[in-house]
Every structure is written in C-alpha cells, then in structure tokens.
Design a protein around this ligand. Structure first.
Ligand SMILES: NC(=O)c1ccc[n+]([C@@H]2O[C@H](COP(=O)([O-])OP(=O)(O)OC[C@H]3O[C@@H](n4cnc5c(N)ncnc54)[C@H](OP(=O)(O)O)[C@@H]3O)[C@@H](O)[C@H]2O)c1
Length: 333
C-alpha cells in the first residue's frame, strides 16, 4: 500500500467538496488503487491546519461550515507558502480564487510547490492562463507533474480524455460553452423571455452567479478556459491577452426572440481556432444547444472525427471528480 500526503490550499467550495468526496471514497480508493490518501495540511488565508499523521477531516469540515476552523486542534498560524516549504507532502492541491491580472495567490503557491518538488493539482484557471509555458517548464525541470483537469469544464474530463485516450488525433478545432452562469442566463432569456438583468438576479438568488458576476457575463471566465484548452490540447502557446472577448451584456430579449423565430438560440461560445469569445447563433437542434448551467465542448479531430462532451462545468462535488482524476493519475504513474 502506498501512502500519499496531500496539502490543500484554499478551503472554500471546491476545497471542502474535495474533502467531502475523500471522506466518502477513502476506503474505495484504498481497495481499488492501494493508495491511502492523507491530508496533512489545509491552508486558509490566515493560517492552516497541520498534522503530519493526517488531519481529522470530519471535524475540519464541521468547523469550516461554522466558520470556526481556528478552533480545530491542528490550527496553526503558518500560511500556504511556508506550509508548502516545510511540510512533507507528495501533492499540493491549489484551490484558491484566481485573479486574472496577477494570477495570485495561486501563481506563487504553484511556483513554490513545483520548486519544492511537489506535484500540483489545481482548479485555479488564472495562473495557467497567464503563465502556462513557464509553469510547465518549471514542472519539467523539477521532475514533477502539473495537472489542471478541474480548471476547464468542471467535471467534464476533456484534458485527460485527450491526454489518455486520443493521443493519435490532431485536433482541428475546439469550441463550445465553457461558462455555466452565462449559459443559465441565456437559457432563462430564451425559455422565459426574461431580460438579462432579471435572469442574472435569479442566478444570484439561487447561488449560481457570484455577487460580482463580471468574469462570467463579460466572457472573461470563458476566455481564460479557452487559453488553457488552446495551450494544453493544441499547443498554441498563447496567453489570455491574445483572446478577443465579447460577453453577453449586449444580448437583448429582442435579439433572443429574433434568433428563436429563425430557429436559433444565442450561446456564449469560446472558439479556440479564432481565439475568440462571443455570443453566437446556434441552431436549435445543434448538440451545443444545452440548457441551464451545463457546459458543452466540441472537438473536431482528424481521426476520431467530432466529439462532443456535455456535463457540469462547476459544482463542489462534480468538480472533485476531476481533481481526483488528476491526483490518482499522478500517484499511479
Ligand atoms: N466553484 C466551482 O464550481 C469551481 C469549478 C471549477 C473551478 N473552480 C475554481 O477553483 C478555485 C476555488 O473555487 P471555489 O469556488 O472553491 O472558491 P471559494 O469558495 O472562494 O474558495 C476559495 C478559498 O480560498 C481561500 N483563500 C483565498 N486566498 C488564500 C490564500 N492566500 N491562502 C489560502 N487560502 C486562500 C478563500 O478564503 P476567503 O474566503 O477567506 O477569502 C476561500 O476559502 C477558483 O480558482 C475557481 O475559479 C471553481
């Protein structure tokens, strides 16, 4: 049996979701993969839980839900960067929010982890969209892996599908719906004839949209994911600044109605070939016409032809599926 030690940086929706799934699946992973996964540190902004024998995850979750993580027996004032340097671990899970201008705090965490010879698994898009090549070169130099399936399409296994099962294919194009919030809004506008601001308010009320939804509405989140797909699947070597982005702010009920009358729906599409994010007309019977918060990604390849992936692009439990796929892949290899 192999024991693998994990450090989690960022104990929000995704961090807690990962821990919940680990509690649920720990014994199954042990039985099926012969791997004992232990979380030795959980880092938040102002301190960390640290226990080199393995943190009691049930109590960490309970206290975190009550925002009382500091009451945990393993709480210490040490923060993420020091934890990565000082605590022995195999994999760092970087799960903090991403700032698209600076890439921080995730960028520093990832660089520090790679420099210290730790593998990295992240759901954080911003560091990858800004420094994709640099981070990969650093990982290669240190002989460790940098994996990021959860950063694009949440639970949709697009990057690992290509990496593990489609190596022979050359991808001609990738395009699709990569942001669940804007798709939810456009679906509401289409199905219930709502104005954008009303649909957005509804999305916020049921917890689908952030208080500040500008990354979603302005197409920035889609642009960031497009960069990761372009670099990882098509070797494009581009940065976020290379993408032309138009969000959905200008989509009106009248334009939605006009499209509907002609057999189309308006969707926010990320197009890797054109390096463009924009609202586009999609025929009603097209496979990319998915509703609600679903994501849909279409790959056109030379050998396999077209492949369409549809699934949950976000969600605490759903996204954990992709994080575990990366963690187990690293440990198996
Ligand atoms: N939510 C999803 O469904 C989803 C899906 C795919 C990818 N992602 C990506 O995954 C990442 C995490 O998302 P999330 O929804 O879990 O965000 P979240 O709920 O805001 O959680 C992030 C956590 O990181 C903490 N944090 C911030 N700065 C930190 C630092 N310097 N050191 C340690 N912890 C720090 C935050 O603390 P405070 O709350 O005190 O600031 C918060 O607890 C983001 O990059 C997001 O884009 C999310």
């Amino acid at each position: 049996m192999k024991t693998a030690k994990l450090i989690i940086i960022g104990f929000g929706v995704i961090g807690k979701g990962f821990v919940r799934v680990l509690i649920m699946k720990h014994n199954e992973i042990l039985k099926n993969h012969d791997i004992d996964l232990k979380v030795v540190a959980i880092c938040e902004i102002d301190g960390s839980l640290v226990n080199e024998k393995g943190i009691d995850l049930e109590s960490a979750l309970k206290l975190a839900e009550k925002e009382e993580l500091k009451k945990h027996n393993d709480w210490r004032s040490i923060k993420g960067l020091e934890v990565i340097e000082e605590i022995d671990a195999d994999i760092v899970l970087e799960l903090t929010p991403g700032n698209i201008k600076s890439g921080e705090p995730g960028l520093s965490h990832i660089i520090c982890a790679l420099k210290n010879g730790r593998h990295v698994v992240t759901s954080n898009k911003a560091p990858l969209a800004l420094r994709f090549s640099q981070l990969h070169k650093l990982a290669e130099k240190r002989g460790v892996k940098l994996r990021y399936e959860a950063s694009v399409g949440g639970a949709i296994p697009i990057i690992n599908l290509y990496r593990n099962n489609m190596q022979i294919n050359k991808i001609h194009s990738i395009y699709g719906i990569l942001n669940g919030t804007s798709n939810f809004i456009l679906t509401k506008m289409f199905e219930e004839d709502l104005a954008l601001d009303i649909a957005l308010k509804e999305a916020q009320e049921i917890g689908i949209a952030e208080k500040d939804p500008s990354y979603d509405i302005n197409g920035i989140d889609t642009g960031v994911k497009l960069v990761i797909l372009a670099n990882s699947l098509m070797d494009k070597k581009i940065s976020f600044r290379d993408v032309k982005i138009t969000g959905i702010k200008e989509v009106t009920p009248e334009s939605v109605e006009l499209a509907k009358n002609h057999g189309f729906v308006i969707k926010l599409i990320g197009d890797v070939n054109k390096l463009e994010v924009s609202p586009r007309l999609v025929p009603l019977d097209h496979p990319l016409n998915v509703s609600g918060t679903l994501n849909a990604i279409m790959l056109d390849t030379d050998i396999a032809g077209s492949i369409i992936l549809v699934g949950h692009g976000a969600g605490k439990i759903e996204t954990a599926s992709s994080l575990f796929s990366d963690v187990l892949d690293i440990l198996r290899s």
